[in-house]
Write a protein that binds this ligand. Sequence first.
Ligand code: T3D
Length: 260
Amino acid sequence: MSDSVLYAVDGGVATITLNRPDKLNSFNEEMHVALAAALERAESDDAVRAVLLTGAGRAFCAGQDLADSAAAGAEMDLGATIDRHYNPLVRRIRGLGKPVVCAVNGVAAGAGANVALACDIVIAAASAQFIQAFCRIGLVPDSGGTYFLPHLVGEARAKGLALLGEPLSASQALDWGLIWAVAADDALAGDAAALAGRLAKAPTRGLGLIKQALHAAPSQSLDAQLDMERDLQREAGRTEDFREGVTAFLQKRKPDFKGR
Ligand code: T3D
């Protein structure tokens, strides 16, 4: 794995750190490839039951490395970059059968903001900002931004964010329901690790099924969603963790989930 993404596993949590701090962890080709490999590793390792994504230095991620794009020339096909990297990245995070916590340690701009929003639980440092920077350079929000924003904050706020490209503070993001929590800057790493650690002890397969159901809901009728809940519940009911959860409840003890 390259230095542009760090990977460490501890207590069932794979911590993935974007690591190009001098460039505010903006995405170049190497970082894209390394991040995809890190997520694949976390997905396929049964010992990993939660993922924590964060950035090194003062930023979370400033989106596409614009120097890289400029070097590729004006005639570059941006759609190809999105097909090759950003769309698979968002699909991979959303489709991961394990919870993904994002600790937004500083500015999250462009695709960086939307990759954060693709994660399951977003906790931001008080000083972090979210910037839909695309409109500032004549682009369209990508990496799911035009999907996540209206779903999370409604069309009026989504349009304001996407058309104006102004920074949104962490506290405003919390008030608007864009993110789960805000932590003091010096508490973020600890709080995010505790959250991911807690999720890593939860019934992993059940959590993966919950993600599936919630992701499907916006594009389904209530009838279809009810049928889907039945099917997923059937699957959840066959897990070892379900049996352990019920047994522990009846025995009045804490459950010991194994993620199976
Ligand atoms: O393939 C495609 O192009 C299509 C895909 C597009 C997806 C996208 O993400 S498009 C949107 C790209 N991102 C941006 O437009 C954000 C650009 N960055 C900024 O607006 C600002 O840097 C921030 C608001 C994020 C932070 O501002 P500030 O004042 O805290 O930091 P700074 O001084 O601007 O940046 C510090 C360094 O990071 C600086 O380098 P230097 O001068 O110290 O050598 C700056 O150039 C570099 N940097 C920051 N963002 C990027 C970047 N270098 C390359 N690409 C960046 N996105």
